[in-house]
Ligand binder design. Structure first.
Ligand SMILES: [Zn+2]
Length: 916
């Protein structure tokens, strides 16, 4: 297949000079895209980098008073990042006034009357966020924004465009992933005309998380997510439109309404507006003869609130995505009806797919044209319904406030005294950054029979964005939707449960009765003074870069955990592994030459019960170094004396495949954030062998075993990126373990160790059918033994995120220990969706397998999932520090777990053991 395609490609290169789409409305002084880029937008085999797009927008800004470029920050790789405001010159002159109106309607004062809201809606302008797409390998969206800007700026003689310029201020994120845009364009150019023209990129197109950059909407872990959130909360658009490319084949564009289920905590006006926009798009596409638009149909539900667009719906913003058809990069592709799935070959019109696409060429220019139609139709809706959009924002805010005054939850109390007080602050900072009002009690209050100390945080729910809080704090009950009655469950498009207090292991008290006058009087808004504090994740990045024209959100920085404390005397510091910053402290202690010891906990002698947690001890730090460790990291530690065995800083490696893994990226990001030193280990490094002389611990992120062993198929990518660790890499990893190293396998990569090292452990759910067992991303309760060092700091009953996770039992010859297990009976589910608990009851969720002199730590869970579960990060850190010096102190905990009695197979067969 590859050779013929290359031939087609070279023929088409000749055709590439033919004119591209929409170049007619040129105004003399405004530069056309091709005059700057050197090619027309959407031309075959051409992709503009971010730098080229920026150059174009700078020239457009200079030439037109309808465009204003503003720097909004810097990207992860340090690119200066700009957005464009596009509207009439008059509107741009008064943009600040319109921004203020948008704000007042989004956050109406207590006294705002309906008349005043009407007046403001009449005076204001619609503000619309449209972006060039987060997913950089979906290339067309970041190209279409260039043409969109040109078409708008030069569109005087088109009454539709003229009305848009008068009624709407477009906040155009012409690139919402500048790093990725350039990385992918460069990669494509490098391979153009070679056999690797359409090869997958061997890197993540966001520094750490690649495709997951669309799933960081409430956690805002990445710099890009914070910049977008800050700017959107600054402008308060009434519509957010986020472009994507992968419509269900053979449809040409997927547009709202969404599939079921939708999130419960959204004002219904938002869904209605989203649906209105979707229908208007379909109409506009049809009017232009652009066939193949489809609503609903596929699995694009709106359940997970972490999508960058969807997070806005909980802020009373009508927000949505579309998925335009994709081929690969800017290479055209020809489809015949025979490429279609059987069910689509009859080209039968459907109610929500009225003009089936018939096949033919599909080019990046076609995708650009569909996107232009879709974007302009959104702006057209905004122009026509401008007053309603603004007024509805007010209505939604008013209704949400009234709703939470009339019924629970009336508010949430978050005590400062937590197992990890910093985790509570981290959770609340994210909410504050996302535009939630967080207050703090200035004095103790007693409410519903509970006394809340001064300093406790309170989130009153009578605020316009309260739905966002509820969506994140509530326990998710994913509806049991079936593909047909009694059939397999309809899987959520993303995860089913995310409850933040569970993920952060933070105690939150819900107010079930109205907050009274006493509580209200003690609630103090957080100080807006920026604070120099670096106890959290990359505090620097919470700041607005200076002088770039957008406000930062200083309130988020005012959520500060309580001061660090040292209790008791003694020259050594005894660190509590329940606190994530303990691991930052260890990294700093090692870096400063301090001695570090691990003191093991004790196993419980009782059958099935958990033991006690071990602890880390730092000695030999000078007074000021010791004090700043405690203060800077807000640690609660005790002074003590040295105990346990001395542990040197382990040499940690994190496997980094060329077929890039988002989970590797998240793991890398988290280790960096907590200052854990490690080396990225590539295929060639693994194959080179002699790993034990270089590393103590090797971590495999959540990956399929085949990806690790085989990697990219031969011939699918340039040779240097081909293959995985291969047979010699497998041997090298096994030798590493046998020689005393620790291999940590996160979730799916546990199968790698099971399969390749032939360990006496079995995954009991590996072959269970989906209609019998499904746990695709939910929070469960696991019983944990903290006496195992990898579980240090975890409570005996832990809230842990699992998703497509292996569940273990042991077989003859097993030597090792079980670290965590599913409860013996009942559902382990805490939040989300979990089908088939009988398949997991009593089995192990994490274990350590002795193999030669070393060990494999298999975690059938996702302790660092998308950088979210602050309550379980410590499992990853503990595992990464589980060198043989620590492992040698692990107490025996044989009483904690024994393999469940497996039911007899029916009809006398003993065939496949427990894997039904
Ligand atoms: Zn996408």
């Amino acid at each position: 297949m590859r050779e013929p395609r290359a031939l087609i490609v070279s023929t088409l290169l000749v055709l590439a000079a033919s004119p591209g789409p929409a170049t007619s409305r040129a105004a003399a002084q405004v530069p056309t895209p091709e005059s700057v880029l050197g090619f027309s937008v959407g031309a075959d085999f051409e992709l503009a980098t971010y730098e080229q797009a920026l150059e174009y927008f700078q020239q457009l800004d200079a030439a037109s008073d309808r465009v204003e470029l503003r720097q909004v920050g810097e990207t992860s790789y340090g690119r200066p990042w700009y957005v464009a405001l596009i509207s009439s010159a008059e509107n741009l002159r008064d943009a600040e006034r319109y921004r203020e109106i948008a704000h007042r309607l989004a956050h109406p004062d207590e006294g705002m009357t309906e008349d005043e809201a009407r007046r403001l809606s009449e005076e204001g302008r619609a503000i619309v966020h449209i972006d060039g797409g987060l997913h950089a390998s979906e290339v067309a969206h970041a190209q279409h924004t260039i043409q969109l800007a040109y078409d708008l700026v030069t569109g005087d003689d088109d009454p539709e465009i003229a009305a848009i310029l008068d009624e709407v201020i477009l906040l155009l994120w012409f690139s919402i992933n500048p790093d990725g845009q350039t990385m992918i364009a460069d990669w494509y150019r490098e391979n153009l005309g070679t056999p690797y023209e359409v090869a997958s990129a061997p890197f993540l197109y966001q520094k750490y998380i690649g495709h997951d950059n669309n799933r960081d909407g409430y956690m805002i872990n990445q710099i890009e997510s914070r910049v977008v959130t800050r700017v959107d909360r600054h402008w308060e658009p009434q519509i957010v439109y986020n472009h994507h490319q992968s419509s269900p084949f053979p449809t040409r564009i997927w547009i709202p309404p969404f599939a079921e289920p939708i999130s419960p905590n959204v004002h219904p006006l938002m869904w209605r507006t989203v649906n209105l926009v979707g229908m208007a798009m379909a109409q506009a596409l049809e009017e232009r003869g652009q066939k193949g638009a489809m609503h609903m149909g596929s699995g694009f539900d709106n359940w997970y609130p972490g999508f960058m667009d969807h997070a806005n719906n909980f802020h009373n913003v009508a927000s949505f995505l579309t998925e335009t058809a994709l081929y690969r990069y800017a290479t055209p592709h020809f489809y015949t009806i025979n490429d279609f799935p059987q069910s689509r070959r009859d080209l039968r019109p459907e109610s929500l797919y009225a003009s089936p696409w018939e096949g033919g060429w599909w080019r990046v220019g076609d995708a650009v044209d569909y996107m232009l139609t879709a974007s302009v139709s959104v702006l057209d809706v905004a122009a026509k319904y401008r007053r309603d959009l603004l007024y509805n924002r007010y209505q939604a805010a008013r209704d949400v406030v009234a709703q939470y005054r009339a019924g629970p939850p009336y508010g949430y109390f978050i005590p400062q005294d937590q197992r990890d007080p910093v985790a509570a602050a981290e959770m609340l900072r994210r909410l504050a950054f996302n535009g939630i009002d967080v207050t703090q009690l200035s004095e103790p209050v007693t409410f519903d029979g509970v006394t809340h100390e001064a300093g406790s945080w309170v989130i009153p729910m009578d605020q316009p964005n309260a739905n966002f809080v509820r969506q994140l704090f509530a326990v998710q009950e994913y509806p049991d939707l079936r593909e047909y009655p009694e059939g397999p469950p309809e899987q959520p498009y993303d995860v089913s449960g995310w409850t933040l207090p569970y993920q952060f292991d933070v105690r939150v008290v819900e107010a079930r009765t109205p907050l009274g006058a006493e509580v209200r009087a003690a609630m103090t808004p957080l100080s807006a003074e920026p604070l120099a504090w670096d106890a959290g994740v990359d505090a620097q990045a919470w700041d607005s870069p200076p002088g770039v024209g957008f406000d930062s959100h200083p309130v988020a920085r005012a959520v500060v955990p309580p001061e660090g404390t040292v209790q008791g005397g003694g020259s050594a510091l005894v660190l509590d592994p329940a606190q994530n910053n303990t691991y930052k402290a260890l990294a700093r202690a090692w870096a400063q030459g301090a001695r570090v010891r691990f003191a093991p906990g004790t196993a419980s002698p009782d059958s099935g019960a958990a033991g006690t947690s071990g602890s880390w001890i730092v000695e030999g730090l000078g007074g000021s170094a010791r004090a700043s460790l405690v203060e800077d990291l807000r640690l609660r530690v005790s002074g003590g004396s040295a105990a346990g065995q001395s542990v040197g800083r382990p040499r940690i490696a994190l496997y980094r495949p060329w077929n890039a893994s988002m989970d590797e990226g998240w793991t890398r990001w988290l280790l960096e954030m907590y200052e854990v030193e490690f080396t990225s280990l590539y295929n060639a490094d693994v194959r080179a062998g002699d790993l034990a002389s270089r590393y103590d611990v090797i971590v495999l992120a959540d990956m399929r075993p085949r990806s690790i062993v085989e990697g990219f198929a031969k011939g699918s990518v340039p040779p240097r990126y081909e293959g995985g660790v291969g047979p010699e890499g497998v041997r090298a990893l096994e030798t590493f373990v046998r020689d005393g190293g620790t291999l940590v396998t996160l979730n799916g990569s546990s199968h790698f160790a099971l399969d390749e090292f032939h360990l006496p452990v079995r995954d009991v759910v590996r072959d269970v059918e989906r209609e019998d067992y499904f746990a695709g991303g939910a929070i469960v309760e696991l019983l944990v033994d903290p006496s195992h060092p990898v579980m240090s700091g975890m409570p005996e009953r832990s809230k842990i995120f699992v998703g497509s996770s292996p569940v273990f039992t042991t077989e003859d010859g097993f030597e090792g220990r079980v670290l965590a297990k599913y409860p013996d009976n009942g559902s382990p589910l805490l939040s989300g969706y979990f089908l088939g608990e009988e398949h997991v009851n009593g089995y192990a969720a994490a274990l350590e397998v002795q193999h030669g002199e070393g060990q494999v730590v298999m975690l059938g869970l996702k302790p660092q999932w998308r950088g979210q579960p602050f309550g379980t990060f410590k499992i990853l850190f503990n595992a990464a520090l589980y060198s043989s010096a620590v492992a040698s102190q692990t107490p025996d905990n044989d009483a904690f777990w024994s393999p469940p009695q497996e039911a007899e197979e029916e009809a006398g067969g003993n065939g496949n053991g427990g894997g039904r």
